[in-house]
Design a protein around this ligand. Structure first.
Ligand code: AHM
Ligand code: MG
Length: 337
């Protein structure tokens, strides 16, 4: 009777990644572990500030002044700054690409390392004021052999990423990560300040019951998407139609898709000719995680991870999720050819 003693064998994210590295033998330098430690710190910082924002009204336009007359930074600017500062200081990075910055950051020699990190520091920012889930998305490349770290080190297909993940700032902070051996989910224990392994080896169900699209754009959608959506909303042979869930925060919509299955889509359409989502730091990391969890990620006609970027901020159509659901969608594209 009474309270159970706490476990003394908790698996933190750092411990988990380290054990992954140990299995590589002496080849492992621990550099990726240190880089991921820096990313964890930024996620803790952002999680804290997202929460504080609701109290101290950090919400608002960059450059606004608060009652104390201090300059306030918008949460996405703050999130970008902490990531740039921490990643540079980690000494493990050569190139950084952020949604917030027009140009890639090439790290000066003093701090230069061997990794490139592409990230969206605070995705889903239209949701901030309503307190809806938002998140940080990141992807990691190793610089090409012999490279000193240039933009060409990040203009590479997503399949060449060595790790990818996101942190979702919701009722708790959840960090979901793949280093190329499956997907694991960690939850921030606020008292310990550590991400604890809570969702080991996430696998997307082979088929789901949920679709997640901004159907408000239906009048612009192309035929294959319209026909696919009709097929799941008005199914033949007495099957039940799919449920709709759309938060409008990619991290939250993808998180649910990884856990419950189904399909998330942000198509290209007659208005957004290349779609909306960014290839490098939105589509690639989420496609990487999806495939690592056993799902499929496509533009409708092409595997997302095979795309070779030509511009760090380019966009691409995204459909990802349960294998069977995404394969169904692909059939509608094939029929349209
Ligand atoms: P943002 O980078 O400006 O926040 O936009 C990206 C977000 C994604 O999180 C989300 O999937 C999508 O935009 C939602 O777009 P829409 O409001 O057009 O449905
Ligand atoms: Mg974004």
């Amino acid at each position: 009777s009474g309270e159970e003693p706490p476990s003394t064998d908790i698996i933190t994210l750092t411990r988990h990644v380290l054990s992954d590295q140990f299995s590589l033998g002496p080849a492992a330098t621990g550099d990726l572990t240190l880089l991921l430690t820096a990313i964890q710190t930024t996620s803790k910082f952002i999680a804290t500030n997202v929460r504080k924002a609701r109290l101290i009204n950090l919400i608002g336009l960059a450059g606004e002044t608060n009652v104390q007359g201090e300059e306030q930074k918008k949460l996405d600017v703050l999130s970008n700054d902490i990531m740039i500062n921490s990643l540079r200081a980690s000494g493990k990075c050569a190139v950084l690409v952020s949604e917030e910055l027009e140009d890639a950051v090439i790290i000066e020699d003093k701090y230069k390392g061997k990794y490139c990190v592409v990230f969206d520091p605070l995705d889903g920012s239209s949701n901030i004021d309503a307190g809806v889930n938002i998140g940080t998305i990141f992807g990691i490349y190793h610089i090409a052999p012999g490279s000193k770290g240039t933009i060409s080190d990040v203009l590479r297909p997503g399949s060449e990423m060595v790790a990818a993940g996101y942190t979702m700032y919701g009722s708790s902070a959840n960090l979901v990560l793949s280093t190329g051996h499956g997907v694991n989910g960690y939850t921030l224990d606020a008292a310990l300040g550590e991400f604890i392994l809570t969702h080991p080896d996430i696998k997307i169900p082979a088929r789901g019951k949920i679709y997640s699209f901004n159907e408000g754009n239906s009048m612009y959608f192309h035929e294959p998407v319209i026909n696919y959506l009709n097929s799941i909303k008005y199914p033949a042979n007495g099957k039940a139609p799919y449920s709709a869930r759309y938060i409008g925060s990619m991290v939250a919509d993808v998180h649910r898709t990884l856990l419950y299955g189904g399909i998330f889509g942000y198509p290209d359409d007659k208005k957004s000719k290349k779609g909306k989502l960014r290839l490098l730091y939105e589509a690639f990391p989420m496609a990487f995680l999806t495939e690592q969890a056993g799902g499929v990620a496509t533009t409708g006609t092409k595997r997302i991870l095979d795309i070779v970027p030509t511009n760090i901020h380019e966009r691409c159509p995204v459909f990802l999720g349960s294998r069977d659901d995404v394969l169904d969608l692909i059939k509608f594209y094939q029929e349209a050819e």
